[in-house]
Ligand binder design. Structure first.
Ligand code: FAD
Length: 453
C-alpha cells in the first residue's frame, strides 16, 4: 500500500487547479507551485486561448469536484456551428439533436480563477505563485523551485510530484528519461492568432450568441466563440508559410485586402483588426505524445504535460479534466493505493489521449474544409437519423466525443466503422430520402455492437 500524505503539484493551470481541489477534498495535503503570478490579482498573459469550449467530460469532472453550480454562471451555450460562407450566406448546423446536446463557451481566466479560489478555501491546499519548477531529482525526491519575482531558489522535498505544468512540462522532461520512456512533440504547419469582435451597444452580441462561428476557407479558417461581455474571441488558423500565410500577411494593407476578399463580414465586425493582428502573439499548435506518464510511486504527469492535443475538437481541457476524474475513480477503486492507481491510469488513459490527438487533427480538416462538401451535410443528417433509429448502436462521432464519456479510443474505433458506413450509404445519394433506412439499419446492427444500455 502506498498512500502519500502530501502531494506536490507543478502548475496551477486548468488541470493542476482542478486536481488540487479534488485531492484536497480527499484529505491530502497539497502544495501547488505555479510559475505565473496570481491571475486574480494581476493581469497575466497566458499566451493561450481566451475562451474555451467546455463539454460533457469536463462538466462531469467539475460536478465531481462540486464546482459546477459556480461554473454554470460563466457559461454560454453553443448549440451548433454557424458557417459564414464566402458568398455571404450563413448556415446554422446544430451539434446534436437533443436539448442537452450543446457545448459551452467559458473564459479560461474566469474558470481558472474560480478553481484556484476553490482550492485555496481548502485548509490543506496551498497554491504558491511566481514559483517556477526548475529541476527535479527523482532519486532524492527533490524539486528545485525559483521565485520568479525575487530570484530566490528553494528546494522542496516531495513524496509524490504531479506535473500539470502544460505542454512544455519540466516534470515530463525529468520523468521520461529516468523512467526509460520516450517523448515526442509534433508541431502543425499552421499557427493561430487571436482577434476580437467587440460587444454591440448595451452588451449585445453582434452575431448569433449561442453558436460557434466558423468561416471555413479550405486551407485555413476563422472561428469565433462568444464571451459574456458581448464580445467574441476570434481565432485565425492559417499556415505558417505559403500563400496565404502568417509569413506572407506581414503588411497592414495586405491583411485588410485578404480579409476583404475572404472574410468580408468579419472585417466589418473587427474594428481593431490591424492592431490585434500585429500585436497579438502568433501561437503554435502541437501534439505531445510520451510514455510512461509515471515514475515508480513518486511522479505522474497529466493534462497537457502528458498529452497536449491541437484544439480543433475543443478537447484539451476536457481531456485533462477527465484525467482528474479518472484519478479519483481509481483512488476510490484502489483505496488510495497509488502503487496500483498509477500504472492503471497510464494504461487506460494513454490510448485515449492518442485517439483524441488523432481525432483533433482530423477535425481541423473537417472544420476548415469538409463542412463545405454537400455530402458532409448529408452524412450529418443521416448520422442523426441512424442515431434516432438505433440509439444504442449508432452515435455520431462528434456526439460521442462531446456529449458522452465513452472512452476516446472506443470512439475512435467505432467512428472508423461509422465513417465507412456513412460513406457507403451516401454514395450515389443526393438527399436523405434517396437512402433506404431499413437496409442502413441492418448494416448498423451487423457492424456495431450495443454501446449504451
Ligand atoms: C488556441 C487554443 C484553443 C483551445 N481551445 C480549447 C477548447 O475549446 N476546449 C478545450 O477543452 N481545450 C482547448 N484548448 C486546450 C487547453 O487550453 C489545454 O488543454 C489546457 O489548457 C491544458 O491545461 P493544463 O492545466 O494541462 O495546462 P496549462 O493550461 O498550460 O497550464 C499549465 C500551468 O503550469 C504552469 N507552469 C508551466 N511551467 C511551469 C513550471 N516550470 N513551474 C511551475 N508552473 C509552471 C503554467 O504557468 C500554467 O499555469 C485550446 C488550446 C489552444 C492553444
Amino acid at each position: 500500500m502506498n498512500k502519500p500524505a502530501t502531494i506536490t503539484i507543478a502548475g496551477a493551470g486548468l488541470v493542476g487547479s482542478l486536481l488540487s481541489v479534488m485531492l484536497g477534498q480527499r484529505g491530502y495535503r497539497v502544495t501547488v507551485f505555479e510559475r505565473r503570478s496570481d491571475m486574480r490579482r494581476e493581469e497575466v498573459d497566458s499566451g493561450r486561448s481566451i475562451n474555451l469550449a467546455l463539454s460533457e467530460r469536463g462538466i462531469y469532472a467539475l460536478k465531481m469536484a462540486g464546482l459546477m453550480d459556480q461554473v454554470e454562471k460563466l457559461l454560454i451555450p453553443m448549440r451548433g456551428r454557424e458557417l459564414h460562407l464566402l458568398n455571404g450566406t450563413r448556415e446554422f448546423w446544430p451539434y446534436g439533436q437533443r436539448e442537452h446536446e450543446v457545448i459551452y463557451s467559458v473564459s479560461r481566466s474566469e474558470l481558472n480563477s474560480l478553481m484556484m479560489t476553490a482550492a485555496e478555501i481548502h485548509p490543506d491546499v496551498q497554491v504558491l505563485f511566481d514559483q517556477k519548477c526548475q529541476k527535479i531529482d527523482f532519486e532524492k525526491n527533490e524539486l528545485s523551485v525559483i521565485d520568479e519575482k525575487t530570484n530566490q531558489p528553494r528546494v522542496h522535498k516531495f513524496e509524490m510530484l504531479i506535473g500539470a505544468d502544460g505542454a512544455g512540462s519540466q516534470i515530463r522532461q525529468a520523468l521520461i528519461p529516468i523512467a526509460g520512456g520516450e517523448s515526442e512533440s509534433e508541431f502543425l504547419d499552421h499557427d493561430y492568432k487571436e482577434l476580437e469582435i467587440p460587444a454591440g451597444p448595451g452588451v449585445t452580441h453582434q452575431i448569433e450568441k449561442e453558436a460557434l462561428h466558423i468561416w471555413p476557407r479550405g486551407g485555413y479558417m476563422l472561428i469565433a466563440l462568444p464571451n459574456l461581455d458581448g464580445s467574441f474571441t476570434v481565432t485565425l488558423f492559417m499556415p505558417k508559410r505559403g500563400k496565404p500565410s502568417f509569413e506572407q500577411l506581414d503588411e497592414p494593407d495586405e491583411l485588410i485586402a485578404f480579409f476583404k476578399e475572404q472574410f468580408p463580414d468579419a472585417l466589418e465586425l473587427i474594428p481593431d483588426l490591424k492592431a490585434d493582428y500585429f500585436s497579438n502573439p502568433q501561437g503554435e499548435l502541437g501534439t505531445v505524445r510520451c510514455n510512461p506518464w509515471y515514475y515508480q510511486n513518486d511522479g505522474l504527469i497529466l493534462g497537457d504535460a502528458a498529452h497536449a492535443v491541437v484544439p480543433f475538437h475543443g478537447q484539451g481541457m476536457n481531456l485533462g479534466f477527465e484525467d482528474c476524474s479518472e484519478i479519483i475513480r481509481l483512488l476510490d477503486k484502489h483505496h488510495d493505493d497509488w502503487a496500483k492507481v498509477l500504472p492503471e491510469f497510464d494504461s487506460i488513459r494513454r490510448p485515449c489521449a492518442n485517439a483524441i490527438a488523432d481525432m483533433a487533427i482530423e477535425n481541423y480538416i473537417t472544420m476548415r474544409d469538409s463542412v463545405l462538401d454537400p455530402k458532409f451535410q448529408l452524412k450529418k443528417e443521416l448520422g442523426f437519423e441512424l442515431e434516432k433509429l438505433h440509439p444504442n448502436c449508432f452515435i455520431p462521432r462528434y456526439s460521442m466525443v462531446m456529449f458522452h464519456r465513452i472512452p476516446y479510443d472506443t470512439v475512435f474505433q467505432r467512428g472508423q466503422i461509422q465513417t465507412q458506413l456513412l460513406n457507403e450509404l451516401v454514395a450515389g445519394a443526393d438527399e436523405l430520402s434517396d437512402i433506404d433506412l431499413m437496409s442502413a439499419g441492418k448494416l448498423v446492427q451487423e457492424r456495431l455492437s450495443q454501446i449504451v444500455g
